[in-house]
Write a protein that binds this ligand. Structure first.
Ligand code: FAD
Length: 296
């Protein structure tokens, strides 16, 4: 939980208190905007350690990341983090964005490469005058001497990593460049998360690694997201969800139960916190949060 006046997520995590954080994305229209701010204000009541706002793959929502994180910094009690990617940007543009974030009062950046323009699984092409890998962006953000820097990590390895050994080398490169904490892609099994933490620790990476959580609320959209990440839904999850496939309310209820059990298992075995992918809604996150064993 956030306490005191620091707004560096790295410093907040160093305090060793359990971290809860919520991720949002910039909406495309006024209706989405209303839902976002309602969710933000409902989740503020849970006093998250921080909240984060994603960076779009391109187009007009990109400026909105600066706008929304700046507004969270100024108008709420919460500590915001802006995601930033290398996609389509020169180094000079990335520096300008960092200046704008600093001017907006944002002290934390999640430094990412971003997915290839053609979507996950298609070949990556760096922008001329830009960057190829997240570790370079981590270095740029650190050089600004203004932001705490987080990075993305992957419980089963990044979909394009040739091996888990190479995946951990990439993690080490981001750590060496100055990453102070990491957030995982959505965790499908607790054992995958603990495998990742073990690989990181063996490679000398000692930063907090926060598991990313997304409950199954709709089976088809979850299947698509898991497929895009180059993974498969675990059999033990499908055995519970598949028989309910014709009943959306039952799928949702079981999805929330599965996510809550996963969160409890992660926290009980030492995860430093939980990062919820909220999809700009607050209800499912609040349900899971309220049901956690640590809140009983
Ligand atoms: P990198 O660490 O650069 O890795 C990308 C690929 O390159 C990997 O396959 C890696 O193995 C390989 N690689 C890295 N360094 C080297 C090297 N030196 N030599 C050879 N290969 C290398 N996307 C968005 O567009 N906006 C967001 O806001 C966003 N938020 C995210 C938040 C989280 C918590 C997570 C987990 C992901 C997020 N993503 C977001 C998706 C992310 O951008 C993609 O998963 C992307 O494909 C990888 O980004 P990365 O920062 O891990 O890249």
């Amino acid at each position: 939980m956030a306490t005191g006046s620091t707004t560096s997520i790295a410093a907040l995590l160093r305090r060793g208190e359990r971290s809860f954080s919520f991720e949002f994305f910039p909406p495309k229209d006024a209706a989405g905007e209303e839902i976002l701010w309602r969710s933000i204000s409902e989740l503020e009541e849970l006093h998250p350690t921080f909240v984060s706002v994603t960076y779009g793959a391109g187009g007009s929502t990109r400026d909105r990341t600066i706008e929304i994180t700046g507004r969270i910094a100024k108008e709420t009690s919460m500590t915001p983090m802006a995601h930033l990617t290398c996609v389509g940007h020169t180094v000079a543009e990335l520096e300008e964005i960092l200046d704008a974030l600093a001017a907006a009062g944002v002290d934390n950046v999640l430094a990412l490469r971003g997915d290839p323009v053609g979507g996950p699984g298609t070949p990556w092409q760096a922008t001329a005058g830009g960057m190829s890998y997240a570790c370079e962006l981590v270095e740029l953000v650190r050089r600004a001497e203004r932001f705490a820097v987080g990075v993305a990590v992957f419980p089963e390895g990044h979909r394009d990593a040739p091996s888990l050994a190479q995946d951990v080398e990439v993690m080490r490169a981001k750590y060496d460049a100055g990453a102070e904490f990491a957030i995982t892609e959505m965790v499908l099994r607790a054992s995958d998360y603990f495998g990742l933490v073990e690989r990181a620790r063996s490679a000398g990476i000692d930063i907090p690694i926060i598991p990313g959580i997304m409950p199954i609320l709709n089976l088809n959209s979850m299947r698509k997201m898991v497929e895009l990440s180059g993974r498969e839904m675990p059999d033990e999850v499908l055995r519970r969800i598949d028989p309910l496939a014709e009943d959306p309310a039952a799928v949702r209820a079981e999805g929330i139960r599965i996510a809550t059990e996963l969160c409890d298992e992660l926290l009980e075995a030492g995860a430093p916190g939980l990062h919820f992918y909220t999809l700009n809604r607050s209800k499912a996150t609040r349900e899971i949060y309220a049901s956690l064993a640590c809140h009983a």
